[in-house]
Design a protein around this ligand. Structure first.
Ligand code: 3HC
Length: 295
């Protein structure tokens, strides 16, 4: 099978990344099945896609007809068998926990066609380890999108030890079909490339605030206006989900060592479920206007 045979894409998980990936796949013309564990989660993801497509149409980035057609191509589902039977490509975007992902693959491989390719949107976890719990390690790789998927150009395509070249080529071609720029990551190391750079930046920003050396807004002001990144470190943490960055750090800390010790400020936000935009509050309060960064 190569990329031209891919017609149906199943996205597992309808959260921040899952619904965004489903939207991008639908805009590229694929039939998309978006699956989550209950009606509420999958319904929320579907509503987010509808909102985002509406925004793109409102800004003339796509026509209203293309927005409607893309939404029509998305089928929200809870049943695993329905979601993966006859599919060509499964993109998994469930929470960033090794055990959860392994359980999901065990469920999915029972019903997925033998030649379907599995790609994980993991932010940091070992592709080799995940592939080894499936019956198709050579047809398994990382396909790491960035938040928000509809706006971000890059997709990291990560090879595990067992991944066949044909699998990487197929996934890269699909990413291009989605209008993205795939970059191959040859070494399956924690955080791959982008998060290995970005997540320690968020962590260091948190340590500065934790140690009382600056405020959240002061740190973000320097990141945004001096370093020149599009968002401050804390704005970005709120955008991707404080929990996502925290879990990446925990894993990097476990595998790569003490330099990646997560700042307690991040742990505190996670414990209090102040996870960023998705919960209405993180480092900033989104019910109260969001980031207020001095320039
Ligand atoms: N779909 C459609 N529209 C959206 C949207 C979406 N998903 N998300 C936001 N928008 C809309 C907003 O509602 C707003 O609309 P409005 O103007 O009508 O109010 C508009 O887009 C916001 O656009 P702005 O003009 O204010 O902002 P920009 O266009 O300049 O940029 C951005 C927004 C692209 C998010 C930019 O800030 C950016 O690039 N930020 C950095 C993001 C980043 O680095 N992501 C990667 C994080 S790492 C990661 O994801 C890895 C993971 O594993 C942790």
């Amino acid at each position: 099978m190569d990329a031209s045979d891919v017609e149906t894409v199943t996205v597992l998980g309808a959260g921040n990344m899952g619904h965004g990936i489903a939207e991008v796949a639908a805009l590229a013309g694929y039939e998309v099945r978006m699956r989550d564990i209950n009606e509420e989660f999958v319904g929320n993801g579907y509503d987010q896609i509808e909102w985002s497509l509406g925004k793109l149409a409102e800004k003339d980035q796509i026509s209203q007809g293309d927005a409607d057609a893309a939404l029509d191509r998305v089928t929200p589902l809870v049943d695993v068998e329905e979601a993966v039977a006859g599919t060509d490509l499964v993109i998994e975007a469930v929470p960033e926990k090794m055990d959860i992902k392994k359980d999901v693959y065990a469920d999915v491989e029972e019903y997925a066609p033998a030649d379907a390719v599995f790609a994980s949107n993991t932010s940091s976890l070992s592709i080799t380890e995940l592939s080894e719990v499936t019956d198709r390690p050579e047809r398994f790789c990382g396909m790491h999108f960035f938040n928000p998927p509809v706006r971000m150009q890059l997709v990291e395509v990560i090879s595990g030890t067992h991944t066949a070249d044909g699998t990487l080529e197929l996934v890269e071609d699909v990413a291009e079909q989605m209008g993205k720029t795939p970059v191959r990551v040859r070494k399956d190391s924690p955080g791959f490339i982008v998060n290995r750079v970005l997540v320690p930046l968020m962590n260091e920003a948190a340590w500065i605030v934790h140690e009382g050396d600056a405020t959240v807004a002061e740190v973000d002001s320097t990141t945004k206006f001096d370093i020149g990144l599009p968002m401050g470190s804390f704005e970005l943490a709120d955008q991707v989900g404080v929990d996502v960055g925290y879990h990446v750090l925990e894993y990097m800390h476990e595998v790569l060592g003490p330099a990646y010790e997560p700042c307690p400020l991040l742990a505190e936000k996670v414990e209090n479920e102040k996870l960023g935009k998705k919960t209405g509050e993180g480092f900033y309060d989104y019910e109260d206007g969001g980031a207020d960064i001095p320039s």
